[in-house]
Design a protein around this ligand. Structure first.
Ligand code: PDD
Length: 293
């Protein structure tokens, strides 16, 4: 079955889907995006993702391409046309098409592209054995809270990780504190049993998976601290993991050359992953079935 993409009001065969070369996303990375997980035909944490989308757009003063309600319908239509029940949906909104010039163009409407694809399951070996991360300097801009499509430092960092045989790179600020991964949030469990993740600020993207995990951790009464942690503290942690829409709670067993805990995924991470799976299941059933033609 051929894939269908939504491009500015039209549903097009994926192979023919294109935006204009003067789109400001292409020219300036002047746009934002979201990646939402799809499970059993439902959208996971849709409210959190659409609220973050609204925030990212507002911070960049890009008009919302359509209402929240209309967007919810288009997202479901893209899933329906692509027969995606388990996978991800990608949404990108830019300031629109205008002759290349830095200031905001007048009278331009935003562009919106939405695609969906099957499969998001994390590699079972990564889950059972854990993954490696390396640490790199955080060379990004000072507004990492905006989910901007400008991802060059993230791309370079992820490539560096892959070339080092690692899954992810944890970015480190000028004070030696971990900010986040290149496409994931960073977590540790200290020797004292505290669950630690950096507090939301301009230094990190406030992950929707992060927010869902924080709520779960509070609900089950874990000792939770939102604060920066150093690379040294992470290396001495009892457990470490990362979180994102595409990899919720992925255990980390090595940071640079340091082994974390006993070198195997730890029990608290596993428990959080199970709790998150229950949360996703509940979200999927609440999200409403896309109508199947
Ligand atoms: N990445 N930090 C960064 C820099 C990210 O790009 C992401 C998401 C996250 C986790 O956010 P969430 O839990 O909402 O997925 C943290 C997406 C998945 C991506 O770029 O593909």
């Amino acid at each position: 079955m051929s894939r269908i993409a939504y491009v500015n009001g039209r549903y097009l065969p994926h192979a023919d889907a294109a935006v204009h070369i003067d789109d400001r996303g292409y020219q300036f990375a002047d746009g934002v995006y979201e990646v939402i997980a799809v499970q059993d035909g439902g959208l996971i944490d849709e409210e959190l993702h659409l609220a973050r989308l609204d925030r990212s757009l507002a911070e960049l003063r890009i008009a919302a391409p359509m209402s929240r309600r209309a967007l919810g319908l288009v997202l479901r239509e893209v899933l329906r046309r692509n027969r995606v029940r388990d996978g991800i949906i990608y949404l990108q909104a830019t300031r629109g098409v205008a002759p290349r010039d830095h200031p905001f163009p007048a009278g331009t409407s935003p562009s919106l592209v939405i695609t969906a694809r099957r499969g998001r399951a994390t590699n079972p070996k990564a889950l059972s054995e854990g993954i490696r991360v390396i640490t790199i300097p955080d060379i990004r801009w000072a507004r990492c809270d905006i989910k901007s499509i400008s991802l060059l430092p993230n791309v370079l960092g992820k490539q560096q990780a892959r070339e080092a045989g690692a899954y992810e790179a944890w970015q480190v600020d000028a004070n030696g504190m971990v900010t986040e991964g290149t496409s994931t949030n960073a977590w540790i469990i200290t020797a004292a049993g505290e669950l630690v993740t950096r507090q939301a600020s301009n230094a990190i993207l406030n992950g929707c998976t992060r927010l869902a995990l924080l709520e779960i951790a509070r609900r089950v009464g874990l000792t939770l601290v939102e604060r920066p942690f150093s690379v040294a503290e992470a290396k001495a942690a009892r457990e470490a993991f990362l979180s994102s829409t595409t990899s919720p709670v992925l255990p980390i067993v090595r940071i640079d050359e340091a082994t974390i805990g006993d070198g195997k995924p730890g029990p608290l991470g596993r428990k959080l992953r199970e709790l998150y799976a229950a949360h996703s299941h509940e979200q999927a059933s609440r999200s409403g079935e896309p109508r199947v033609a």
